[in-house]
Design a protein around this ligand. Structure first.
Ligand code: FES
Ligand code: FES
Length: 927
């Protein structure tokens, strides 16, 4: 039955409106599509994420759960109604100052929930803030800065942390793109619907393994006049395949006769939005012939396993290998010869699960054809890589493709692979009409990449004094149906497998294994978080066997300047793991002592304290990965920073602005940003691998210094000259001379700039040889975290009470943003440790797939260690991925301390913790 449109009248932000809508239409759709109020975001349409939180008659509600008819006569308030004109509310200002918005997709919902709270309770406690806002999820911030901001708004506790005086680098400058995120003005992938746009929906395989056929589609067009086109594999004009690696384009835009995972794209329906929404999958003339899927490592590696992709014998996509210090190394492919070991040996096997990125913004965007060019406007982490993919899929030149990134509502690696882009490009290209696609939450979760599940068999040894003598690891990673970033994981894992320790003899092999499961891709760490669980577990075991305190054991073996890594690289600067551990020492001794005392008196509730250490190579592994950045100054003295480095919420736009300002010698307020658009900016590489601050930051510094040098030359002033920006002129002086440069006397270029600068930085690395020897990264970040937990031995539940985090970031360009990254990383690490496990077909929503909420977050203390990196901009290196990596190992160590036995499978859900306790009691545990 089709319901008729009805006039519905209500008040929005103080104005009466009447809309024509079906009574059951979601209020989110009415607000966004009919009234253009796209500040209210949609993350799930199921009442789970809270990003659509608005106020209805003064109380917070999820607009996605309110039928339009229910809004009749009500008073609705949305994010657009909070600020008056240009003036932010005190609450919005507090969010801005505290860096409470990272990607910003949750910010409107957070602000509306906080507004509701503060109207009812102007002096809330932190706990009351957490409770009142508990219905809104954030995947970026770890909630800490959000609560800080609300408390600041309530009590005026602002410490004045954010500001700009003197040098920009080192200041906790507010985000340059923060205000748009806090007022609802920021446009994400789903927020723009071009005039005349058609909608596109992808039909996906319900089977993990099946062949299929498509028969006559004509009856479907007859039944649904609003259906314009149904695309299948034969409609792809160029290469029907994409993938991260130039030589592996194995994931089809639309599958040709074979579906390899539940969620594989089969067909695309294009038409008006309502039509493509109501066509049920079982109305389509698709016949599936399901086969037994290959699920899990054992099934995939079995000698009789079905082959997932013909090109990969035995379902092995690729292997990685590092071997150092063996007296008699075996040839690749031979049975391994035993490694020389110290007298004290520890070994164990750990397993990890699929982890979903769960960014709050599902994939979305639109494409339009402009003559013989195509423009894609979508959320992405890799505009230039998208450009190459789209060009190949359409069989056009890359210059015919323009990528215009929207704001990105969280990425964490998951928006490095293309999603909506190729298929909307094909549809818009063929139909010569704008085409838009927005994934639903279940579709986003079913179809896109995950963290690689791993099986990690580790063995290590040390001498009687506790000095490490060897480390071996066999790491097998499920890469799912298609390659995605599987080769990167296979490469990164052996390099990082030992952790940040000096180990003379190392042998590590990794495999990426194809299965009929979702493609596993990039997720904050590329396999390093998984292998950190193993190396930190092994450190705890060896510390226990040698009766050395776990922190002192790590410190004894910590890698230092002048030491050699497992790949034979000698680290010559910026190695801060020892300082991180030393910073933790007082916290560690106190917390361990208190926990041991408590545990002597408590049978059921037990406290535990654990450590996690990590190191992480910033940038791509052993390959060139340059960034190019340009700057231009117009005749008014305004500097434009042309940056292809996409900000996915981690704050690179602000970081580069700070670097640019100081490297030229002008205030931050003189700089504006053009970002991401491939027609306007040079290639600054992908936002991944914790590379943007280090690599694009250095390129920005070089570009800015190039411009500064030109200014100083024009003024004939020495290298230490001061530059003052005046209206239409620069005043430049040093102790010897001063000169005024009239900018409007200089010739402008095509972009209106009278002065320009350009910088390219490609960090020096070398390829790895057959034994994995070489210098894969120019620099490494280091960190140590300590987790304190409380476990209930009867229930198996674990509550993380506090995390103390010490991170060597080289130089904190913006300390408040560094803290925000660490908070968010700890939240994701906690999720990985305790609750997050994606199961295809079972946890494809944010109700069954749990991510940390306000109430799950521990107290967090952060210590920033600055071991200057000579290659980095002002000494900086990366923080994005390092923030997450040590958390899960620290929590697992703490659980082990509390319950007296180890956990070998994550997430450590209550049933697994309880089973480990029972196994230890009955003597069937592995310790
Ligand atoms: Fe409404 Fe997620 S979109 S709760
Ligand atoms: Fe909250 Fe990104 S800032 S989801």
């Amino acid at each position: 039955m089709t319901l008729a449109l009805e006039p519905i009248t209500f008040s929005v932000n103080g104005e009466s409106v009447t809309v024509l809508a079906k009574p059951v239409t979601r209020l989110t759709d009415v607000l966004r599509d009919s009234l253009g109020l796209t500040g209210t975001k949609v993350g799930c349409e199921a009442g789970d994420c809270g990003s659509c939180t608005i106020l209805m008659d003064g109380a917070q509600v999820c607009a996605c759960m309110i039928p339009a008819a229910q809004a009749a006569g009500s008073n609705i308030e949305t994010i657009e109604g909070l600020a008056t004109g240009e003036e932010l509310t005190f609450l919005q200002s507090a969010f801005h100052r505290h860096g409470a918005a990272q990607c910003g997709i949750c910010s409107p919902g957070m602000l509306m929930a906080a507004t509701d709270l503060l109207r009812q309770n102007s002096r809330p406690t932190r706990r009351e803030v957490e409770d009142a806002m508990g219905g809104v999820l954030c995947r970026c911030t770890g909630y800490v800065k959000i609560v800080d901001a609300v408390m600041d708004a309530a009590y005026g506790t602002d410490t004045g942390a954010v500001g700009q005086s003197g040098m920009a680098v080192g200041a906790s400058l507010a985000k340059v793109d923060g205000i748009e995120k806090l007022t609802g003005a920021e446009k994400f992938g789903a927020d723009v619907i071009p005039e005349g746009a058609l909608a596109l929906r992808i039909v996906r395989s319900p089977f993990a393994s099946a062949s299929f056929s498509v028969s006559d589609l004509r009856p479907l067009f007859k039944k649904y006049p609003g259906l314009v086109r149904v695309l299948s594999a034969v409609d792809i004009p160029g290469r029907n395949g994409y993938g991260i690696y130039p030589e592996i384009k194995d994931q089809p835009v639309l599958a040709r006769n074979v579906a390899r995972y539940r969620g594989d794209a089969i067909l695309a329906l294009v038409g008006d939005a309502e039509t493509i929404r109501i066509i049920a999958d079982d109305e389509l003339p698709v016949t599936y012939y399901p086969a037994d899927p290959v699920i899990g490592l054992d099934a995939a590696l079995h000698k009789n396993a079905a082959t997932i992709q013909k090109a990969y014998e035995g379902n092995i996509l690729t292997r990685g290998y590092v071997c150092k210090g063996k007296e008699d190394p075996n040839e690749r492919g031979e049975k391994p010869k035993p490694i020389d070991e110290g007298p004290i040996v520890a070994e164990a096997t750990w397993q990890t699960s699929f982890v979903e990125h769960a960014y709050i913004e599902p994939e979305a965007g639109f494409a339009r054809r402009v003559g013989d060019r195509i423009e894609i406007t979508a959320a992405t982490q890799a505009p230039y890589m998208d450009r190459e993919e789209i060009a190949a899929v359409l069989d056009v030149e890359p210059a015919q493709v323009r990528i215009i990134p929207t704001a990105c509502g969280g990425g964490f690696g998951g928006k490095l692979d293309v999603s909506v882009q190729p298929i909307i490009a094909v549809a818009a290209w063929l139909l010569d009409q704008p085409v838009r696609c927005v994934y639903t939450r279940p579709e986003s979760m079913a179809a896109t990449t995950k963290r690689h599940p791993a099986r990690l068999q580790a063995r290590a040894s040390c001498d009687e004094q506790g000095l490490l003598t060897s480390y071996e690891l066999q790491g097998d990673f499920i890469t799912g149906a298609y390659a995605s970033w599987g080769p990167t994981v296979a490469d990164r894992v052996p390099i990082h497998a030992t952790g940040p320790y000096r180990v003379p003899v190392v042998e590590v092999e990794s495999t990426a294994v194809l299965t009929n499961e979702p493609p596993a891709g990039a997720f904050r760490g590329f396999g390093v978080p998984q292998c950190a669980i193993a190396h930190e577990g092994i450190m705890d075991m060896l510390a226990e066997k040698t009766r050395i305190d776990p922190l002192e054991f790590r410190l004894l073996n910590a890698i230092r300047v002048g030491d050699e890594t497992a790949t034979g690289q000698v680290l010559d600067a910026s190695v801060g793991i020892d300082k991180c551990l030393e910073a933790l020492r007082p916290y560690w001794s106190k917390a361990r002592g208190q926990a041991d005392m408590f545990n002597e008196r408590s049978r059921r509730r037990r406290l535990g304290v654990g450590l996690g250490c990590m190191w992480y190579g910033c940038g791509n592994t052993s390959i060139s990965n340059p960034s190019t950045i340009r700057v231009g100054m117009d005749a008014t003295g305004m500097v434009t920073l042309y940056s292809g480095a996409v900000d996915i919420g981690q704050g690179v736009s602000t970081i580069l602005t700070q670097i640019c300002a100081d490297a030229i010698g002008v205030p931050v307020t003189s700089i504006r940003l053009v970002t991401g658009d491939t027609d306007l900016t040079a290639d600054a590489g992908k936002t991944s691998a914790s590379r943007q601050t280090f690599i694009s930051g250095r390129a920005t510094q070089l570009a800015a210094e190039d411009m500064r040098a030109k200014i100083l030359r024009l003024a004939n002033v020495g290298p230490h000259g001061l530059i003052e920006v005046e209206p239409d002129a620069l005043f430049v002086r040093d102790v010897h001379s001063q000169r005024r440069i009239e900018l409007n006397t200089l010739s402008p270029d095509e972009q209106g700039n009278v002065l320009t600068g350009e910088g390219t930085f490609d960090p020096p690395t070398t390829p790895l040889d057959d034994d994995g020897q070489g210098s894969p990264y120019a620099t490494y970040a280091f960190a140590a975290q300590m987790a304190e937990i409380e476990a209930d031995l009867d229930l198996g539940t674990v509550k993380v009470r506090r995390v103390v985090a010490a991170h060597d970031v080289g130089r904190a360009i913006n300390p408040i943003q560094v803290e925000g990254q660490i908070h968010g990383g700890i939240a994701q690490g906690l999720g990985m440790a305790l609750m997050e496990e994606y199961v295809p077909g079972r946890s494809e929503n944010l109700h069954d797939y749990l991510i940390p909420t306000f109430g799950d977050m521990p107290d967090i203390e952060i210590m920033i260690i600055e071991e200057h990196e000579p290659l980095g901009p002002f000494g900086a290196k990366g923080i994005g991925e390092p923030a997450l990596i040590p958390t899960a190992p620290a929590i697992l160590g703490a659980i082990s301390h509390a319950i007296g036995t180890r956990i070998y499978q994550v997430p450590a859900t209550p049933d697994r913790v309880r089973a480990a306790i029972l196994a230890a009691r009955t003597g069937s545990g592995r310790d």
